[in-house]
Design a protein around this ligand. Structure first.
Ligand SMILES: Cc1cc2nc3c(=O)[nH]c(=O)nc-3n(C[C@H](O)[C@H](O)[C@H](O)COP(=O)(O)OP(=O)(O)OC[C@H]3O[C@@H](n4cnc5c(N)ncnc54)[C@H](O)[C@@H]3O)c2cc1C
Length: 309
């Protein structure tokens, strides 16, 4: 990668925003991934647009990520620019619309979904409680149509502001987003989420916060949150649970190097310390083969893979 071209982008951005050869293991919940040629963490829409238009103009690939909680990044790193849309804001803004029964809130794609859900609950607006334990950004959660405990993004999204490949801006309504099980038009068409509008009902702040605490407790009991992972490794096949199929194939604790099927929840692959992407991939391949042999069910990855082949 020609550094001199990237230097031009570095000069256009606030000082220190562009990092060279940044290890992606520092930006993924799996703690896995080689260096990105360049890494920019954008905290506002203008920075997102500046990086994307620069990449387009100079024909440099730009890979958009959020909080990196659903990613498996190559050990060889990522070519071009990794653009992380993520900010540390935890404040839910004033509603853009409110009547006595509901309100519409707008949030930047880089805000943490968990912070948004808790903030809205505190204000007495309900609907996002089941999503509050998902460790992603709002943009990533829209792209994945993230969901948990009977709720999904589709239930609470009103609309989303996006950029298409030509960097045209548009607002897509919930219906236009084609939100399905861990799928969306965002992923299919490579759209970029800049912000989202949530429509939430008025309710009891106390009850909503209690529900969040209860679900987070459940999550902590069931999921291996004490070890790095990318969340559920495989999608839930219709009529089955991936974790149960893996357990039934005798793979609880199964290891390849330092990557292992979690002892606590077989639906998770965990990094026991210094695991490589190659180890996780090999483990996933063996799990798929053995589950297929045992049950005839084909597991499809939920993790999104990025980086050099
Ligand atoms: C411990 C743990 C528990 C989890 N539990 C759940 C759960 O209960 N339910 C669930 O659904 N998921 C769960 N996940 C997975 C993950 O948190 C979600 O998929 C989350 O929505 C990913 O958001 P992110 O910001 O981390 O996205 P990333 O992992 O950074 O990216 C995921 C995908 O979204 C795209 N993307 C990210 N931001 C944008 C944007 N602004 N515009 C366009 N595309 C974008 C990326 O290109 C990539 O394809 C869990 C993960 C972990 C580690």
């Amino acid at each position: 990668m020609d550094r001199s071209v990237l230097k031009e982008l570095e000069k256009m951005l606030p000082k220190g925003l562009l990092l060279y050869d940044e290890p992606m293991s520092a930006h993924t919940s799996f703690r896995i991934g080689g260096p990105a040629d360049a890494f920019v963490q954008a905290k506002e829409a203008d920075e997102v647009k500046a990086v994307l238009s620069f990449g387009r103009e100079k024909a440099i690939p730009v890979t958009v990520i959020g909080n990196g909680s659903n990613l498996l990044v190559s050990d060889k790193g990522v070519e071009g620019i990794v653009l992380s849309i993520k900010d540390g804001n935890t404040q839910v803004g004033v509603p853009v619309y409110e009547d006595g029964e509901k309100a519409v809130f707008q949030a930047f794609a880089g805000m943490s979904l968990s912070a948004f859900s808790k903030g809205a609950a505190k204000l007495g607006f309900i609907g996002t409680e089941p999503l509050a334990g998902i460790p992603g950004s709002i943009g990533g959660a829209v792209a994945m149509n993230a969901g948990a405990y009977g709720g999904e993004m589709k239930d609470v999204l009103k609309s989303v502001r996006v950029l298409d490949k030509e960097l045209n801006e548009a607002v897509l309504s919930n219906g236009e987003l084609e939100l399905g099980y861990r799928s969306s038009r965002i992923l299919k068409e490579g759209l970029i989420v800049l912000s989202a509008e949530f429509e939430l009902k008025k309710g009891s702040a106390e009850e909503a916060l209690e529900r969040i605490a209860e679900l987070n407790k459940k999550r902590k009991e069931k999921q291996p949150l004490e070890l790095p992972s990318g969340g559920s490794t495989f999608k839930r096949p219709e009529g089955y649970f991936a974790g149960k199929l893996i357990e039934d194939a005798g793979l609880r604790g199964f290891r390849v190097g330092n990557a292992a099927v979690s002892e606590k929840h077989c639906g998770f692959v965990v990094n026991l310390g210094g695991a490589s992407c190659a180890e996780v991939k090999e483990l996933m391949e063996q799990v798929r083969e053995r589950v297929f042999k045992n049950s005839g069910v084909v597991l499809e990855p939920e993790l999104r893979m990025i980086g050099r082949k």
